[in-house]
Design a protein around this ligand. Sequence first.
Ligand SMILES: Cc1cc2nc3c(=O)[nH]c(=O)nc-3n(C[C@H](O)[C@H](O)[C@H](O)COP(=O)(O)OP(=O)(O)OC[C@H]3O[C@@H](n4cnc5c(N)ncnc54)[C@H](O)[C@@H]3O)c2cc1C
Length: 281
Amino acid sequence: MRISEILKHKNRTLSFEFFPPKKIENEKTLFDTIEILKQYNPDFVSITYGAGGSTKEKTIDWTLKIKKDYNLNVMMHLTCISSTKESIDNIIETLNKNNIDNILALRGDLPNDNNINSMEFKYAYELVEYLKGKGDFSIGVAGYPEGHPESPSLEKDIEYLKMKIDAGGEFIITQLFFDNRYFFDFVERVEKSGIKAPIVAGIMPILNLSQIERFVDMCGSTIPESLTKKLENKSKEDMYKIGIEYATKQCIELIENNVKGLHFYTLNKHNATHDILKNLP
Ligand SMILES: Cc1cc2nc3c(=O)[nH]c(=O)nc-3n(C[C@H](O)[C@H](O)[C@H](O)COP(=O)(O)OP(=O)(O)OC[C@H]3O[C@@H](n4cnc5c(N)ncnc54)[C@H](O)[C@@H]3O)c2cc1C
């Protein structure tokens, strides 16, 4: 089912993001996670695409498997940097053949060595444009409450986001953030720019400070100093408790402010998402 339609008719959506496990032994964890989180009746689940298409086959396999075996509404992430139109065409054909309605159209991160094989797509808006001409997909795009790390300014970031929406993007899923003020400010700037697409908030609880610090460094998000202080030198168990409490409060405040959707970056584990969701209205 098209996510854009669901967003039109529901007050608030719930969704979960998974990544295709690299090792066979980790597949069971993902199966278990899906089985447990399925009880929350997600409006959709999404499957990430490895940098530069490195897990391309696995992403497609998991997208089809989750749709078929779990009867869940699926969105496949698709990145375009370094991809040829021919390789995108092959993927589109598979998605069309298997009635996959939803795609999150992304550029992908630039490779560390800047070794780009193809320049047929430079930015995500070009992929959105291309997909629109190739099938009746409901297309989502990425948004950055704190700005994309390569972006020259927050204003430019919104300008480029608008290009993705004008090209055919129908909804926005945000990068993770830990301070709701960034999200509320982002929503305001998006609306001021004339973008009408609904914005779904990306949520990731902090369960391991050093792991998240590495992660936020790459994606341009920040952790409030007060939260870092609370988490420092804590045992694994205490860190988990603080992380869940914080993310729960974050979600409650977003809900009170009429967020259009909550998208959980699950990292293929069910515990944290489950512990947050059981406390939400
Ligand atoms: C919800 C979500 C899911 C994600 N899933 C994945 C995934 O599955 N796999 C993966 O590899 N990565 C994923 N990413 C990360 C994403 O690929 C990176 O953040 C990437 O660096 C940017 O992708 P984009 O689609 O936002 O790119 P774009 O929108 O193309 O933006 C990239 C940069 O270029 C700038 N820009 C855009 N248009 C123009 C223009 N016309 N002229 C000049 N500058 C421009 C932007 O400001 C930005 O700095 C995800 C991110 C989010 C938020």
